[in-house]
Design a protein around this ligand. Structure first.
Ligand code: SF4
Ligand code: SF4
Length: 432
C-alpha cells in the first residue's frame, strides 16, 4: 500500500480483479470522512427550530439545484445551504437567508421533502427577533405595521384609484347600513396603490359590471393580506393582519371572497384559518371568471390578435395547484395566438417577488447575475411572445422594469389577464 501525504485517501499499487488491472490511481479510495469533524452547530440551530426540522433530512442528491430559480442566476438552493450549514455557516445572519423566494420548486422534486417554505420563515422569524433584517425589508415591514400597506400610504388613499372613475363600485366601508353582497372583492395593495395596478383594478370593475356581478369592496378598511410578511418571519404582524382582515370579512355579509392576488388567495385559504379559526370561501379572480367563461365569451366584442404567453404565479400554481383557470380565460380570447414558455405550469419560473423578494432586489442583486424577472422576460421573448400575460399584482411592475433593464422596450408588453378581457369587451384604455 502506498503512503501519501494526503492522509484521507489510500491506494494499492498492484490490484487485478477479474483480469482487469486497477493498480494505483485506478483503485484510489477515500477513507470514510466523519461529518463530526465539522462544526455543525449552524445546522443544528436550524434543525432544532419548529419548522426547521426538514433541513436535516437533506441527503445531497442535488435534484433541487437544477430547478431553483435563484441558482439559475447565481449559486443557491437547499443542497448548497445544507452543505454550508454543515461547514459552519450561520444562516441566521447570512444573506442566503433572504434569497429564497419560497417558490416551492425545490419541494416539488425533493425526495426527502426538505421544505424551504417552512424552514425559511422559521429562521427568518428568529432573525427578525434579533434585529437582523435587511434595511429594504425593514422599511416595508414598518410601513405595513404603521399604515397597513407596504407603500406607506394612508388608508384613505386605498380608494384614490376610483376618483374620476365612472363605473359603479360599492365601497362597503362608506355605507351606513351595508346590505349583503354576493362577492366581496379583496382589491390588494398593488391594485390599490400602484399605477399599473390601478389600471388592472379598473379593468376588474368594468368586467364585473358587464357580467352583472353583485360586488363590494372594503375600501379604507382593507389592509395588506400579510402573506409576504409571514414568509419573511414577521409572524406577529401576519397574525394582526389576519385578525383585522378576518374581522372585516365577518362584518360584511357575502357569499364569496374574490381576490386579485395569489398571495392573498394563499393567505386566506391556507393560513388565515389558523389564526381566525374560520374557513373562507375564497377564489382567485381567474377561477371566479373561468366559471363564467360562456358569459365572458358572449361579451367579447373584438379580437386580440397577438402572440401571448402566460407566466404562472408560484402562489396560484405550485402552491395551490391552479394552472387551468388563467389558461381557460386566455384561450377564450378571440384572435389570440397563445403559446407556452419552456418553463410553465408545475415547472414555472419564479418572477423573484415571492417570499419577500419584492422588497429585496438590492440584496439579491449582490449575489446574482441578473434578476429572476429579467431571466423570465428573455424567455417570453425567446418564444416569440408580444404580450406577457400575468395574474398577480406583483408581476406587472416587476416585468415592466425587467423589459427596460434588458433593453427590450417595444418587444414585449405586460398585461394582467383582466386587462386583456376588458380590452376585448370594448375598453380602449386596456389596449396592449
Ligand atoms: S432535493 Fe432535497 S434531498 Fe436532494 S439535495 Fe435538494 S434538499 Fe437535499
Ligand atoms: S423555494 Fe424556490 S427559491 Fe427557495 S430554495 Fe427552493 S427552489 Fe430555490
Amino acid at each position: 500500500m502506498s503512503e501519501h501525504k494526503y492522509e484521507k485517501w489510500i491506494q494499492k499499487d498492484n490490484v487485478v480483479i477479474d483480469g482487469i488491472d486497477i493498480s494505483g490511481e485506478w483503485n484510489k479510495m477515500y477513507e470514510p470522512r466523519e461529518i463530526t469533524e465539522y462544526d455543525i452547530t449552524g445546522l443544528e440551530n436550524v434543525r432544532d427550530l419548529a419548522g426547521g426540522e426538514s433541513m436535516g433530512w437533506c441527503y445531497q442528491c442535488a435534484q433541487c439545484i437544477g430547478v431553483c430559480p435563484v441558482d439559475n442566476v447565481g449559486s443557491y438552493g437547499p443542497r448548497k445551504i445544507y452543505r454550508k450549514l454543515q461547514t459552519g455557516m450561520d444562516l441566521f445572519t447570512h444573506d442566503d437567508l433572504w434569497m429564497c423566494t419560497t417558490c416551492s420548486n425545490c419541494l416539488r422534486v425533493c425526495p426527502k421533502e426538505v421544505d424551504m417554505m417552512k424552514i425559511m420563515p422559521a429562521v427568518r422569524e428568529q432573525a427578525v427577533l434579533n434585529g437582523n433584517v435587511p434595511a429594504e425589508l425593514q422599511e416595508m415591514l414598518q410601513n405595513v405595521a404603521e399604515y397597513g400597506n407596504p407603500m406607506g400610504d394612508s388608508a384613505r388613499k386605498r380608494v384614490k384609484w376610483m376618483k374620476k372613475f365612472d363605473e359603479p363600485v360599492r365601497d362597503l366601508s362608506k355605507e351606513d347600513n351595508p346590505q349583503p353582497v354576493d362577492v366581496l372583492w379583496y382589491v390588494s395593495d398593488y391594485f390599490s396603490f400602484h399605477g399599473r395596478g390601478n389600471d388592472a383594478a379598473k379593468s376588474m370593475v368594468r368586467v364585473f359590471n358587464r357580467l352583472n356581478i353583485d360586488f363590494g369592496i372594503l375600501g379604507k378598511e382593507e389592509k395588506c393580506d400579510g402573506d409576504s410578511q409571514r414568509l419573511v418571519g414577521e409572524t406577529g404582524l401576519f397574525e394582526e393582519l389576519a385578525e383585522h382582515n378576518g374581522a372585516q370579512f365577518d362584518k360584511y355579509e357575502h357569499n364569496k371572497l374574490v381576490v386579485s392576488d395569489p398571495h392573498a388567495y394563499n393567505a386566506f385559504k391556507n393560513f388565515y384559518p389558523k389564526v381566525t379559526k374560520k374557513e373562507y370561501n375564497v377564489e382567485h379572480y381567474t377561477q371566479f371568471l373561468a366559471e363564467r367563461i360562456d358569459d365572458i365569451s358572449a361579451l367579447m366584442k373584438r379580437p386580440f390578435p397577438k402572440k401571448v404567453t402566460f407566466h404562472d404565479p408560484c402562489y396560484l400554481g405550485r402552491h395551490n395547484g391552479e394552472y387551468e383557470a388563467p389558461r381557460t380565460l386566455l384561450k377564450a380570447v378571440p384572435g389570440i395566438e397563445f403559446g407556452e414558455m419552456f418553463r410553465c405550469k408545475e415547472q414555472g419560473y419564479c418572477c423573484g417577488g415571492g417570499g419577500g423578494g419584492m422588497w429585496l432586489d438590492g440584496l439579491v442583486a449582490d449575489h446574482t447575475t441578473e434578476r429572476l424577472s429579467e431571466n423570465r422576460v428573455k424567455e417570453a421573448i425567446e418564444v416569440g411572445a408580444e404580450v406577457l400575460a400575468v395574474c398577480c399584482p406583483y408581476e406587472v411592475s416587476r416585468f415592466e422594469d425587467a423589459i427596460k433593464s434588458t433593453n427590450n422596450d417595444g418587444k414585449l408588453v405586460v398585461m394582467d389577464i383582466i386587462e386583456i378581457l376588458d380590452y376585448c369587451m370594448g375598453n380602449d384604455d386596456a389596449e396592449a
